[in-house]
Write a protein that binds this ligand. Structure first.
Ligand SMILES: [Zn+2]
Length: 446
């Protein structure tokens, strides 16, 4: 009893800084003690000898994290329970056909970009081993890549400027590197067709590639749902910009304009010189997404981390979302317009909501105390959808927020979010004039 009093008195006499050091050390000891048993249980069966565990300050951070999930909890992003049911078009589109893209922002390194989109770091090193080009990231450079179902990078294109592109491609064993210089002439090619069985097959028969179908379905996602609304008898015409050398097409080409006729209405899509798509009036076809699902900013108790390692087992245990230390009962708002596709309870995720925003994005909200929406309900950006909580596997009250882009979890705090701005006002008149001619040319095709 007495030594405790002495100890207490001694601690009280210490300076603030010393107390802080002492408290950190105690926390470290407690943490190591708490985690040791799990380690012993799982390891002792096969491995009787104890191995030394080194904890970096980053690991300690994760271990000590309150208001998060236990480090070994992984929400499988491909679990059907955490996804929207597939529609007619989804069934035809393979993971490999989806083209992901990013424009390099100020100060971004290749590593930072790989982290944002949860691309494999070992793929990154494999690319750099073949050629150092990818290490050179300049502001404004456009990246395009494709991944297989397991997330492996199968192709990376670095568009250095209008003419030059560096291409890394996976051949099944290793990456190859080629530099492509556009020397040919860009000419418009018109493709047209009529929906007979389903849109995908009809578009393929008309000569569109899976990538081009993906592009137009994505760009028109808020105007028209190709997975649900396409009907037999619908007609379409597409202008593709193709590159020709000596009269021979050398690329599959970019979608320049689309005219789709469905039940008496004309749906249009035109690519502007700024690289974005608009309708004939120059209006944006996008819907914007907000960065945060709460009004107030809360401390991020655990960031998005695709490479998070379990400090004891060393296994990769990705954290696909951003955890905010929200007190129980904090209002949670939809970050964009969309449809609620899941509003359920799950043993790990607790009460959770998934919202599908068009074809490209989904958001997930986990560990809620109260769900205020129903499956199938349409929501608008800023609608109150839930109260945050501490349900499921959780180490304290928090909101786990996830952003899924093209079927892959991405860093919701970092990736560029869609904007809904129209063609710039000083370019609008010229755009509209050009767009009118483009659509007239397509009208002759359907
Ligand atoms: Zn989390």
């Amino acid at each position: 009893m007495k030594y405790k009093e002495v100890l207490a008195a001694r601690i009280n006499s210490l300076s603030k800084r010393h107390k802080l050091v002492l408290m950190s050390l105690s926390l470290f000891t407690v943490v190591v003690f708490i985690w040791e048993p799990t380690h012993s249980i799982s390891q002792s069966l096969s491995e009787p000898s104890r191995s030394t565990v080194t904890l970096s300050s980053e690991n300690l951070q994760t271990l000590a994290d309150q208001n998060s999930e236990p480090v070994e909890t992984i929400f499988d992003p491909n679990d059907p329970e955490f996804n929207a049911p597939k529609d007619e078009l989804d069934k035809h589109i393979n993971a490999e056909d989806i083209v992901h893209s990013h424009t390099v922002d100020a100060g971004e390194t290749l590593g930072a970009i790989f982290n944002q989109y949860a691309l494999s770091i070992s793929d990154m090193y494999a690319l750099l081993d073949v050629n150092k080009s990818a290490a050179n990231m300049r502001v404004g450079v456009d990246l395009e890549w494709q991944q297989d179902e397991d997330g492996k990078l199968t192709e990376l294109k670095i568009h250095r400027n209008i003419k030059d592109t560096d291409v890394y491609a996976w051949n099944g064993e290793k990456y190859t590197f080629t530099q492509i210089e556009e020397k040919g002439e860009i000419k418009p090619v018109f493709l047209s067709g009529r929906v007979t069985s389903n849109f995908y097959n009809s578009a393929r028969s008309a000569g569109l590639t899976p990538g081009q179908i993906q592009t137009l379905a994505k760009q028109l996602q808020w105007k028209f749902d190709f997975g649900k609304e396409a009907r037999k008898g619908d007609r379409f015409a597409v202008e593709i910009d193709k590159e020709f050398i000596d009269g021979k097409a050398v690329s599959s080409g970019d979608v320049k304009a689309v005219l789709y006729k469905n039940a008496g209405r004309d749906i249009t899509l035109i690519k502007h010189t700024d690289g974005h798509y608009y309708d004939v009036q120059g209006r944006s076809l996008n819907r914007a997404l907000e960065r945060f699902p709460t009004h107030q900013r809360y401390r991020i108790s655990s960031p998005f981390n695709p490479y998070r390692k379990h400090p004891i087992t060393g296994r990769i245990s990705p954290h696909n979302g951003t955890d905010f230390a929200t007190p129980v009962g904090t209002s949670v708002y939809a970050t964009g317009d969309g449809v609620v596709v899941r509003a359920l309870h799950h043993p790990l995720a607790g009460n959770y909501i998934i919202i599908k925003h068009g074809r490209e994005y989904m958001t997930r909200y986990l560990h809620l105390s109260k769900i205020l929406v129903k499956k199938g309900q349409k929501v608008s950006m800023g609608d109150k959808i839930a109260l945050s909580g501490n349900t499921g596997r959780s180490t304290g009250p928090h909101l786990h927020y996830e952003l899924i882009k093209n079927g892959r979890a991405v860093n919701a705090m970092k990736v560029p979010l869609p904007q809904a701005s129209p063609v710039k006002s000083d370019e609008r008149a010229r755009f509209k004039q050009q767009a009118k001619l483009t659509i007239e040319a397509l009208q002759e095709q359907v």
